[in-house]
Design a protein around this ligand. Structure first.
Ligand SMILES: NC(=O)c1ccc[n+]([C@@H]2O[C@H](COP(=O)([O-])OP(=O)(O)OC[C@H]3O[C@@H](n4cnc5c(N)ncnc54)[C@H](OP(=O)(O)O)[C@@H]3O)[C@@H](O)[C@H]2O)c1
Length: 292
């Protein structure tokens, strides 16, 4: 089969002929239909963003849509022929405090990414090193979700489901209740716009913060109740414990704007900062719910 292989940090990405994978116990092989490319994939692969890539050559690519081609032993609910969505988040299913976690085809995550990869994370990443930029992808069974009832939609549209995972998963973890106010910075981007659309439908009061005045109407149509422009913020006057405005924030940019959002937080504020855009100051994801 054909696959895009990256030959290690600082190396190159090339379309190569590689053996079609066979599913191992607990694994599935998916015939790929569509896979989104992250806007910052180049900076992931050239090392600018400091992601914890698998060591040695691997097939990059995180999410996508495809049809199950084969399932390995120990897979109980999935069958060849089913159309599925792929999600790269995989963690060791063991009852320990900080199980190893990876985003398949991208990076190791969790505390191991920042403290240096521990042995368990390295082994997990070596076991599931290849992502989805291939004709056939081999993933753990838990990484695929059957697309019941969505069979007619084109794969390239369904591939956008990938963007819902970050804000939705984050807000589940943060424990905010519908009706609370949430501010989204970087509102017009992939993560920001999906966060607005999904949080608005879940009943949150969403404030969109953007650098693009021309997109205000679109952001309101997505479900934002208010649109704020970053150019109108006075970032020279950030005061700790300023007027309490929001219970939660999704932040794609970091820097002073993150400090401004945090200064206007209600008690029990939770903030998902997901920024790793090239050239921006913050490079890690933090989910923090402050204690009341
Ligand atoms: N942790 C995770 O699991 C995860 C998953 C996906 C993405 N992410 C991270 O989330 C961030 C956003 O990803 P995305 O896919 O939404 O990116 P994107 O589509 O490129 O959008 C980024 C948005 O940020 C704003 N922005 C302001 N200054 C910018 C600058 N200098 N460069 C680029 N954008 C700028 C713009 O929106 P406005 O003008 O409306 O403010 C832009 O639309 C990235 O840092 C990415 O690494 C994290």
């Amino acid at each position: 089969m054909k696959a895009w292989r990256f030959d290690g940090k600082g190396g190159s990405l090339a379309l190569e002929d590689v053996p079609k994978p066979q599913p191992r116990p607990g694994g599935v092989v998916v015939k790929m239909e569509a896979a989104p490319v992250l806007s910052y994939m180049r900076q992931v692969l050239d090392g600018t963003l400091g992601y914890a890539l698998p060591s040695g050559p691997f097939i990059p690519g995180t999410n996508g849509i495809g049809v199950l081609d084969a399932v390995g032993e120990g897979v109980y609910h999935l069958e060849p022929g089913e159309r599925v969505a792929l999600n790269p988040h995989h963690l060791a299913n063991e009852r320990v405090r900080d199980p190893a976690q990876i985003l398949i085809g991208l990076t190791a995550i969790g505390s191991a990414r920042f403290a240096g990869l521990d042995a368990a994370t390295k082994v997990l990443q070596a076991d599931w090193r290849d992502g989805v930029f291939a004709e056939y992808a081999h993933l753990p069974a838990a990484a695929v979700t059957p697309l019941d009832g969505l069979g007619d939609l084109p794969a390239e549209r369904l591939a956008a489901l990938a963007k819902f995972i970050v804000p939705y998963g984050g807000f589940l973890r943060g424990g905010l209740a519908a009706g609370e106010t949430v501010i989204v910075n970087g509102a017009t981007g992939g993560v920001g716009s999906i966060a607005i659309a999904s949080l608005a439908r879940l009943g949150y009061h969403v404030v969109a913060l953007t650098g693009k005045p021309s997109e205000s109407e679109w952001l309101l149509k997505l479900g934002a109740r208010e649109v704020k422009l970053r150019s109108e913020l006075d970032l020279t006057k950030i005061k700790p414990l300023d007027r309490a405005m929001w219970s939660g924030a999704i932040d794609n940019l970091g820097g002073e704007v993150l400090a401004w959002m945090a200064s206007m937080a209600l008690p029990c504020f939770c903030c998902q900062t997901v920024c790793s855009l090239p050239g921006l100051r913050y490079g890690r994801k933090v989910w923090q719910r402050m204690e009341c």
